[in-house]
Design a protein around this ligand. Structure first.
Ligand SMILES: Nc1nc2c(ncn2[C@@H]2O[C@H](COP(=O)(O)OP(=O)(O)O)[C@@H](O)[C@H]2O)c(=O)[nH]1
Ligand SMILES: [Mg+2]
Length: 362
């Protein structure tokens, strides 16, 4: 099947053009109106059986695109065809042209950033009710932030969970140093529950020794019980949890260690922005827990799009508490605030470096 897009100022003229070129043999794959420079343009995509191009000179940009589409592999053509049909079916529910131009542009941008269609659909329904509605407040409801700075996290225990290598240990070190810098008198304990072969435990111990922080090794349930028993000696306790392999799940793991129930703990899930969407779903299932309170995004400096941040907030209902954007320990971590978060999503700007906080911390 050949696919070609026709454009014109009215559907009647576009249909006339299609009829002149293909007679009655064209199948309409999609039909939409778009606004360009304030003008309404009608765009109809048709498919015609057979591979032969009509004998006429091809010169316009759309013709070139049409040619390119005819030369792509068959599976790809089929996919384009299916996509066209799907869009036509979805259209009554989510015709972005029904939104105000600013709202539509924002949703189109988010789609390109990898924000999933269920999130776009939810935004569409919110915005559809009022063309003057700004998108940011709606987005802020879907992806709230609750900065780790500023006393908004009263829990004494803070544990960082997440897959191997996402940046848990580095984030604990940064957090503990930051806390120490902001409040030199604070009694801070860093504890490693990661008994794996990696050097995370040694690194944590090393920085604790250097910075005058208490260090605890948590290898058994008794170690956890002892730490909970002497928690009155500390103002903050940061726990580095291990990445969970196989079928292990966070809730069970926490229960085994005695960290569920009345324990005053907030667990934060550390994630990177470039996993596949199926992996986020799997991680959210694995790390689901009544103690899971926020999302921490690290390695933001290594990504080229940030739709995953919005998708994961939508899926989990959790606020984002911290943003990390560098492999070093200095100037690479900031409490998540709305301004930084949405700048990252819409402008790909990393948070401004927090020089003052880290300058003397290490
Ligand atoms: N580029 C970049 N690297 C990071 C960031 N956070 C951590 N890393 C690096 O990621 C690697 C794994 O970090 P680590 O804290 O050991 O991960 P863990 O296994 O989850 O404890 C280390 O090399 C860190 O320096 C970040 O925000 N950006
Ligand atoms: Mg580690």
């Amino acid at each position: 099947m050949r696919v070609k897009t026709f454009r014109g100022s009215s559907t009647a003229t576009v249909f006339a053009e299609i009829k002149a070129e293909f007679g009655d043999s064209a199948v309409i794959l999609s039909n939409k109106s778009v606004e360009e420079s304030g003008r309404k343009i009608h765009e109809i995509m048709v498919g015609v059986e057979g591979q032969e191009a009509p004998a006429q000179t091809r010169s316009t940009r759309d013709d070139v695109l049409g040619d390119a589409m005819n030369n792509i592999p068959e599976w790809n053509q089929e996919w384009n065809q299916i996509k066209g049909h799907m869009m036509a079916l979805l259209k009554p529910q989510m015709n972005l042209n029904l939104l105000a131009p600013r709202q539509r542009l924002a949703l189109e941008y988010l789609e390109r950033e990898g924000v999933e269609s269920k999130v776009i659909m939810s935004l569409f329904h919110e915005l559809r009710q009022d063309p003057s509605k700004a998108i940011l407040p709606v987005l802020e409801n879907i992806a709230p932030v609750c900065s780790f700075d500023g006393g908004r996290w009263p829990q004494k225990f803070h544990a960082l969970a997440g897959p191997h290598g996402v940046g848990k240990t580095s984030t604990i070190i940064r957090l503990a140093l930051k806390e120490k810098k902001n409040n030199p008198g604070a009694r801070i304990c860093v504890a490693s529950a990661d008994q794996g072969q990696g050097k995370g435990r040694l690194v944590l111990r090393h920085y604790a020794d250097l910075s005058g922080l208490e260090f605890k090794d948590l290898a058994t349930r008794e170690d956890f019980a002892t730490l909970i028993g002497e928690s009155h000696k500390f103002d903050r306790i940061f726990i580095d949890l291990p990445g969970l392999s196989g079928n292990s799940e966070l809730e069970t793991w926490l229960a085994v260690c005695g960290l569920t129930g009345t324990c005053d703990i907030a667990v934060h899930l550390v994630m990177n922005p470039y996993f596949a969407s199926a992996q986020y779903t799997a991680f959210l299932k694995k790390y689901r827990s009544s103690k899971l309170k926020s999302l921490i995004w690290t390695k933001l400096d290594e990504s080229c799009s940030y739709g995953a941040l919005v998708n994961t907030s939508f899926e989990s209902g959790l606020p984002v508490s911290l943003l990390s954007y560098g492999s070093g320990l200095r100037n690479s971590l900031k409490g998540a605030v709305e301004k930084d978060f949405w700048r990252l999503i819409f402008k790909h700007q990393l948070p401004e470096k927090d020089e003052a906080v880290f300058a003397k911390a290490i």
